[in-house]
Each structure stands twice: as structure tokens, then as C-alpha cells.
Ligand binder design. Structure first.
Ligand code: URA
Length: 212
């Protein structure tokens, strides 16, 4: 069990990390005028969920997964019997990657390898503070950012591999992918919920890289 004092200490370390990121001289190169969206949740969580990068709503509110993908994630967490505030939710890239669309409107784009690489040490430090027993990567970009190799969700979904620091890690769908499915949405959604349950069970079982 992690004591309340340890939880408070980790929260403080995560806050220090956020302040360090805000002060990083290269941040403007990777973030532009946008502000980073850092992780949130339980600083001593058994499960860390890692997404790709914040979208528009996340950028506006400064919180991860609070837009349409976040709604699916919230639904799936609830169906898996997991409270959002019991996990730690973060992204491989902390600033919204955008591209100018029609009429100058900003649209989301996939982060570049350079963006993923620049934010990786911050993610690793974050994981090192939370020390989860299980990591869940939401989508292929998050999976390859965490595992540092190409990831194919259709082939690897729901299977455990060794992640950073030896932590058991699995990749699953990105919730936004589920938003786009029509025919097989229910099946994919059920798989997504099953993967979240699997991670919670793994964390609860005590196997993994977290604290005793
Ligand atoms: N998609 C992500 O990958 N992360 C977020 O925080 C929001 C949407």
C-alpha cells in the first residue's frame, strides 16, 4: 500500500515536473504558443493510461481526455468498473499538434517523431514518479511512443509486453478510433473495456513494476 504521505510526495514531484516542463527552453519549439496538458489523476495509480496528444478541448481546458474521445474513455472506464480518479491519465506528447485547415482553422494532426522523442523523457520521469503496475497505451502512436518500436494494434491489442522500467504494458484502441467505427463498434468497444479490466486486474494482482 502507498501511504497518504507517499501519495502527497508523488503529487508534489509531479507538480515540480510540470513546472520544469513549463520552464524548459525548448518547449516553445514543440508547443508553440500552446500550453502543455500534463497528466492527471491518482499520483500513486496502479494503472497509467497513455494517450497520443491533447486535442482542441484538452488544449482549451488544460486537462487530458476531456473532449469526445475522453467521453468514450469515461464510458469505458465506468463499464470496466474503474473510476477515472483512481488511474493516472497522460499523453506521450503534451501539447496539441495542429495543422491549418480550410479557412485557417486549426485541426489535430498525428505528432511527429521529433515531438514524440522530445516529450519522451518527460513521460519517463512521470512514469517513474507514479510507478504503476500496468501501463495501457491508447492507440498505435501512444504504443510506439512508449515502447519505442512500431506497433500494430490489430496484431498486439490486449497482450502484455515489457514497457519502460519493466512495467507490464499493453496496447489497445484509441477511444477516438471507436468513435469512427460504425458496423463493429460494439465488438471493438467490448474489447476496449476488456483491456481496461485486464489492466486493472494486473495492477491489483501485485505483479508488475509498482511499489509493494
Ligand atoms: N486524444 C488523446 O490521445 N489524448 C487526449 O488527451 C485527448 C484526445
Amino acid at each position: 500500500m502507498v501511504s497518504p504521505d507517499q501519495v502527497a510526495a508523488r503529487r508534489q514531484l509531479l507538480e515540480q515536473l510540470r513546472l520544469e516542463l513549463l520552464a524548459a527552453p525548448e518547449l516553445a519549439t514543440y508547443c508553440g504558443a500552446k500550453r502543455p496538458v500534463c497528466g492527471e489523476g491518482n499520483p500513486a495509480a496502479g494503472v497509467v493510461l497513455v494517450g497520443e496528444a491533447p486535442g482542441g478541448r484538452e488544449d482549451r481546458l488544460g486537462r487530458p481526455f476531456v473532449g469526445p474521445a475522453g467521453q468514450i474513455l469515461a464510458e469505458a472506464l465506468a463499464d470496466a468498473g474503474i473510476r477515472r480518479d483512481e488511474v493516472w491519465i497522460t499523453n506521450v506528447v503534451k501539447c496539441r499538434p495542429t495543422i491549418e485547415g480550410v479557412g485557417g482553422r486549426l485541426r489535430n494532426r498525428t505528432p511527429t517523431p521529433a515531438e514524440v522523442a522530445w516529450f519522451r523523457p518527460w513521460l519517463l520521469r512521470e512514469l517513474d514518479i507514479v510507478r504503476p503496475r500496468a501501463i495501457v497505451c491508447l492507440g498505435a502512436t501512444a504504443g510506439s511512443g512508449v515502447l519505442q518500436r512500431p506497433v500494430k494494434i490489430t496484431r498486439e491489442r490486449g497482450t502484455w509486453v515489457e514497457g519502460p522500467g519493466g512495467t507490464p504494458t499493453l496496447v489497445t484502441y484509441h477511444p477516438a478510433y471507436l468513435l469512427r467505427r460504425s458496423e463493429d463498434r460494439e465488438t471493438r468497444y467490448a474489447e476496449f473495456v476488456a483491456d481496461l479490466r485486464l489492466a486493472a486486474a494486473r495492477a491489483a494482482s501485485g505483479e508488475g513494476g509498482g511499489p509493494g
